[in-house]
Every structure is written in C-alpha cells, then in structure tokens.
Write a protein that binds this ligand. Structure first.
Ligand SMILES: Cc1ncc(COP(=O)(O)O)c(C=O)c1O
Length: 388
C-alpha cells in the first residue's frame, strides 16, 4: 500500500463564522430525520494504537446511504426561497413545503455528481414534486446510476470526468431549473456555500453525542475530501470556537487535488482519468469557495490508494459499520497518517487521545461491497457501543 502524507504549509489561525443556527431546525423537519450514530470502536482503537476511535456513521441518513442529503436539502431550500423571492408559506413537514411550492411546477433541479450528491438532489426533487436532471462522468457504476433513476431522475452520462460533468450541468440553469451543485466556480458560489452549511449538522451531532456521554472531544478529526465542500464544513465547525482539534483530510492518490493545491499554494488541477474506487473523491479541482477554508484550517493532507480503502472497509465491517468504498477513506487516512514517520514526529502521542473518523457513506454499490468485504452489507450492523 502506498500513501502520501503532507503537512499543510498554508495553515493559519483564522477563525470562521459559525453557520446559521436555523439549519438544525430545518433538518428536523425533513422526513425520517434523526441524528446518525456515533460509535465507540475499541478494537479498532487497539489495532491502531489510539486511545479511542469514534466513528460517525453516515451509512444511512434520511433513508439514503450517505451524508449528502444534509447539504442538498438545505441548499435546495435556500435556493428555492431565493427563487420565489420570499419565505415559503409556513410549513411543518416536506409535504406541506411541496404544496406551498406546487405553483412552480413543472420545475427541475439539476446537478453533476459522482454519485451521492446527485442521489440526494434527485431525492429532494421527488419529495417536492419536481424533476431531476443529473449529469455523471463516464464509467459510473450502473448501481449508482440506477439508484438515481429510482428516485425519478433523468441521468445523462457525460463523455469525460467529474469536472466535465460539472461544466455540462452548469448550462442547465433557467427560469424553471435550479442547478444545485456541491462544487462552485466563478459566479456560482451561493448554493455551494449553503451545501457546506448543511453539512455542519454532522459535527453538531458529534458534539451533542460526546457531551451527552461525558467523553472527551476529539483530538484528531479525519475527513474525506473530493472537492472539499465537506471538509470546509469541518473547518467551519472546528475553527469557529475554542475546541480546535488536529484536522486531516483524505483523498485518493491519483485525485489528490486539495493536497496538490496546498503544495502549489493555490487551486491546482489534477488531470484524470480518476479511477479510484473511492468514487465520491474522484475530483480534479477543489471547490472555489471551499478552498480558503481548506488551506487555512486543515493540518494534514493524506492521499491513500484503493487497497487502503478496501482494508478500511473490512476493518469497519468488523466494527459493525457497513462503509462503502468512499466511506472507508477516513479510516484508511488515519492509518496512513499514524504510520508516517514525519507526521509521527509532530503529532501528539495518540495512545491516550481520541480520533474521530467520519464514515460518509454506506454500501452504495452492494455487489462491490460484498466482493471486497466478503459479506453482504445488510449482514453488518451489530452495534458494539453506541455513544448517544
Ligand atoms: C460519500 C462521500 N464522501 C465524501 C465526499 C467528499 O465530499 P466533497 O466533495 O465535498 O469533498 C463525497 C462527495 O461526493 C461523497 O460522496
């Protein structure tokens, strides 16, 4: 297995404004919403020589197998509010919101995706009685495409990589179509910044669960990075108050655009093809609006290979967490960071410290999961110790 660990040369001590508090109340009104579990994984901690490993398991969130709905739902809501020019009539649940917005139909939500964000946008469109138009890079697995089609989306395969799909999706914007992208480009910044805001719910839930159980807050937080929007949420959360853990971001070795940008001193493009099995992280360019937070707030950039992700999936399955390929990235990154001799000289002794690993995805491709882990994903889920 090979890995690449780099200390962020651009790190500074900037603090970021806390996101709007009404996000939590918005998410509570979403269907089937409840906080995801934070698991204590003692066997994993022993294996890695860490005092405690906490796993935030985003394997099921509002009925979907990833965290992405948190950003897609909040950003869609905010974009629709801006589109109609006022607050929707008061609503208590999604059906009431859909009824209040029915006058917009026929109406479309569009985006590019490497899987999970597009599924979340399709899900929101279906709940609101809208259409979804999703652009995906060539080579996406049929299981991931079918999952979006099952939500009623029209999925178009773009001849190219994720960045080409993003460029194509940006052409869809019109009076009856909102582009709800999780990445940003010049002139398109508001909606992706609301996607980032929506993700912060995860870190608030982690704090609540830790506080309720009397555990220590994490000393090290490990987060996967594609375009870096999710990491931007982590930086917002952990660089806006007094608790400021070490933060490490994880990417695939051949799509490590955030690491490359940090080394270049500015946004850099890592050309494809990006063929990692961690498909949610196969991005060639960091999000424009995420980048200032990434360069300022992340401590370590870690790139890992697919074997490391497979190993992490198996370890997480043993800890009762059915993580998909992208979901395994954080644990793979933690292991690579701890094994790096230069990092070891700078990191505190982790044997009595707490690491938080965010598993952002469940088995989004069940067949691939079974091939890698050797067991079906739905046979996994025996909770060891839930920290609530
Ligand atoms: C499961 C999963 N984890 C992590 C990420 C990375 O998020 P971001 O692109 O915001 O860095 C993605 C992106 O699609 C994803 O699907």
């Amino acid at each position: 297995m090979s890995a690449n660990v780099v200390k962020n040369p651009l790190r500074d001590s900037r603090q970021w404004p806390a996101p709007p508090p009404e996000i939590a109340e918005f998410h509570r009104r979403m269907p089937a919403f409840s906080p995801t579990l934070l698991l204590d994984a003692p066997d994993l901690a022993r294996k890695l020589g860490v005092g405690r490993i906490l796993v935030k398991a985003e394997t099921r969130r509002m009925g979907l197998p990833s965290f992405k709905i948190l950003g897609a739902s909040w950003a869609t809501y905010q974009a629709l509010r801006a589109h109609i020019g006022h607050e929707p009539e008061p609503w208590g649940n999604i059906n009431e919101l859909a009824a209040n917005l029915a006058h917009l139909r026929p109406f479309t939500l569009a985006t590019a995706t490497d899987g999970n964000h597009g599924r979340a946008v399709s899900f929101m469109a279906r709940l609101l009685g809208f259409r979804a138009r999703i652009f995906v890079p060539a080579g996406m697995s049929p299981a991931r495409i079918q999952a979006m089609e099952k939500e009623g989306a029209t999925v178009s395969i773009v001849d190219g990589d994720y960045d080409d799909a993003v460029a194509r999706s940006s052409e869809e914007s019109s009076g009856s179509c909102l582009v709800v992208s999780d990445t940003s480009w010049p002139g398109y910044e508001t909606i992706p910044s609301q996607v980032i805001e929506g993700y912060t719910t995860i870190f608030n839930e982690v704090d609540d669960a830790i506080d309720a159980s009397g555990l220590d807050r994490p000393d090290l937080v490990v987060v996967p990075m594609g375009v870096g929007a999710f990491m931007a949420a982590a930086v917002t959360h952990y660089r806006c108050g007094s608790w400021s853990p070490i933060v490490a971001g994880v990417e695939p070795l051949d799509a490590n655009c955030v690491q490359a940008s940090a080394l270049a001193g500015d946004i850099a493009h890592v050309p494809g093809p990006h063929r990692s099995i961690m498909v949610g992280l196969n991005c060639g360019r960091p999000s424009l609006i995420a980048w200032p937070r990434l360069k300022s707030g992340v401590d370590w950039f870690v790139s890992v290979d697919d074997d490391a992700a497979r190993d992490a999936m198996r370890d997480l399955a043993d800890a009762a967490v059915p993580a998909g390929e992208t979901g395994g990235a954080s644990l793979a990154g933690l292991r690579a960071l701890l094994a790096d001799s230069a990092a070891a000289e700078e990191l505190p002794d982790m044997s009595d410290k707490t690491a938080l690993v965010i598993v952002t995805e469940g088995a989004t491709d069940p067949r691939a999961f079974e091939e890698i882990v050797g067991r079906p994903h739905d046979s996994i889920g025996r909770v060891l110790t839930a920290v609530r």
